[in-house]
Design a protein around this ligand. Structure first.
Ligand SMILES: [Zn+2]
Length: 377
């Protein structure tokens, strides 16, 4: 066994423990958690000076876009997508692999233990695994009608968005992953509901230019309502963004047992707006956090997204659960996400002066993104 001792332990599933200890077996499975005075015995005791948390979970990233760097935003999704497409056309495969490798290592070094990574081509999956990150490999399809390519072996097929994937392809994807769409971008920009409800608008123009119009006629419904009418929402569906979702959409989503994945720094970059985190929480939607890609976010560290929402007034305990325990639910990795007996969460130490902290939840939410982080198990 190995015993990790720290001024604060934040188990997530229980209140923080001051002067605490976590006992792990040789496989990293938690055997006990409690006070250091009772548990810190034996030869293999490691003392840390920061706050111990379970490993972080990034529930929405696109590591394969890392080589593109920041794509100019602030004007909404459609101008940003246009800029992304032109930059992406110039990128090289070697550059993509090299940047993917650097970011995979950085994710691991900043305490992320698992990622739901969206990928069109699967080229960075190996880099993430080599870095020791548990990967939920989501093969994202963009298809007007039938899927153009089969889903990669070992990956789960997902849909990019309701405006880029037609109804037959959506149904095909859901049928292959437990009768629900596993993950989809929804309500990231007002143009999306405009296109689905009325037809037309900036998305219709962009899609027509690219010869891709999955909606022959408008569905007359907003994106989440559209998916629900098709019977494609179910427990474990990840609705990514929800930035412009209405309260009734959020209630509908909660009633279907889906999870929200908020990417606040990406939303700020592209549309200048934070997701409606208070309304999402009030609707009872379980919420995880994702970073989205480096094309719209300054880092792939979910603590950055925790920080931006903490500064906007979100509850620190809710945010840290989103970055750990709910993230584990979102990725369907029940052994992750909390320091509790029987789980194998991975342990991260955040900061190096936690003796002076009175409220570790608040401190990690506000300062964790800028503090040193070490993965210790
Ligand atoms: Zn995304």
């Amino acid at each position: 066994v190995q015993v990790h001792v720290a001024p604060w332990i934040v188990p997530i599933a229980a209140p923080p423990v001051r002067e605490g200890a976590v006992v792990l077996d040789a496989n990293g499975v938690v055997r006990a958690i409690g006070s250091a005075r009772e548990l810190a015995r034996g030869s293999d005791v490691r003392e840390h000076r920061g706050v111990i948390l379970p490993g972080l979970i990034n529930a929405h990233a696109h590591v394969e876009l890392s080589h593109l760097g920041a794509v100019a935003g602030g004007e909404g999704l459609v101008p940003w997508v246009r800029a992304l497409l032109s930059v992406r056309a110039q990128g090289s495969g070697d550059e993509q692999a090299a940047c993917g490798r650097v970011q995979a290592q950085r994710l691991a070094s900043r305490g992320t233990v698992a990622v739901a990574d969206i990928s069109n081509d699967g080229r960075v999956a190996g880099e993430l695994r080599v870095a020791g990150i548990e990967l939920v490999d989501l093969h994202e399809h963009i298809a007007a009608c039938e899927l153009r390519a089969p889903t990669r072996p070992g990956a789960v097929g997902t849909a990019h968005a309701t405006y880029t994937v037609g109804v037959p392809a959506l149904k095909q994807l859901a049928a292959a992953s437990g009768d629900r769409i596993r993950s989809i971008h929804v309500e990231e920009d007002p143009a999306e509901a405009q296109y689905l409800v009325e037809g037309g608008g900036p998305l219709a123009l962009l899609l027509a230019e690219r010869g891709a119009e999955p909606m022959g006629t408008p569905s007359g419904r907003r994106p989440v309502e559209h998916l629900d009418a098709l019977g494609l929402l179910g427990p474990g569906t990840l609705l990514v963004h929800l930035t412009f979702a209405t309260p009734s959409t959020l209630e509908l989503a909660a009633s279907r047992g889906v999870l929200a994945v908020l990417c606040p720094r990406s939303n700020l970059h592209i549309t200048g707006r934070l997701p409606p985190f208070r309304e999402v929480r009030a609707a009872g939607l379980r919420t995880a956090l994702g970073t989205d890609s480096l094309a719209s976010s300054p880092s792939l560290d979910v603590l950055g997204d925790v920080q931006v929402l903490a500064r906007a007034g979100a509850d620190p305990a809710w945010l840290l659960a989103a970055a750990t325990e709910v993230g584990a639910l979102a990725l369907e990795l029940p052994h992750r996400g909390a320091i509790a007996p029987g789980r194998r969460p991975g342990l991260v130490v955040i900061g190096d002066g936690a003796h002076a902290i009175d409220d570790p939840l608040r401190w990690v939410a506000f300062e964790g993104a800028d503090a040193p982080v070490e993965r210790v198990a």
